[in-house]
Design a protein around this ligand. Sequence first.
Ligand SMILES: [Zn+2]
Length: 104
Amino acid sequence: MSQSEVERRQEEAEAHIRATIINELCQVMQKTNLPPMAVLRLATRAIGTIYREMAEAHSGVHPCPCGWRPHYTNDVEVLGMALMTACESHRRDDLRRMRIAGTA
Ligand SMILES: [Zn+2]
C-alpha cells in the first residue's frame, strides 16, 4: 500500500469515527443534561478502557493473530500525545483564523 493510500484510509477512518462520536456525544448530552466536559471525559475514559481490552486481546497465551503487540508505556504516550496535539492544533487554527480576520 502506498503512503498516500495509507493517509487517505486514515483520513477516511478518522472522519468516520469523528462523525459517529459527535453524534453519540450530542445524544448523550441531550439525554443526560451532562455538560460537554463531563461527556468528553467519559468518552476519553472509554477510549482508555477500549485500549486496555484491545491490549489484553493481543497479549497472553492466545493473542490475536494479526501480529500487533501492545507496549503499554509507549502506547499510552502515543494516545496522550494524539489527544493533546488534536486539542492544540484546533486552537492554533482558530488563532490563525482570528489573526487573518483581524488583519483583513
Ligand atoms: Zn489483532
